[in-house]
Design a protein. Structure first.
Length: 68
């Protein structure tokens, strides 16, 4: 029986917030320290569509793993 059957259908590689988690993903403590450093979207511009948590995860992944 898979983990998702036990915990109500959430796949085991998702955090409680629904974000995909791997061993290199940002954890909540790290994100709470980084989030204030990311500027808000401009109020007179288009709304931001990019999930900044995912963008920071991608940047940090490339910095640690490189780009083969």
């Amino acid at each position: 029986m898979a983990n998702s059957d036990v915990d109500g259908g959430a796949p085991s590689d998702l955090s409680p917030g629904g974000r995909r988690v791997s061993e290199r993903s940002l954890i909540d403590v790290e994100w709470t320290r980084l989030e204030p450093l990311i500027p808000e979207a401009a109020p007179d511009g288009r709304p931001r569509k990019t999930d900044m948590w995912a963008a920071m995860n991608a940047i940090l992944y490339l910095l640690t793993a490189g780009y083969p």
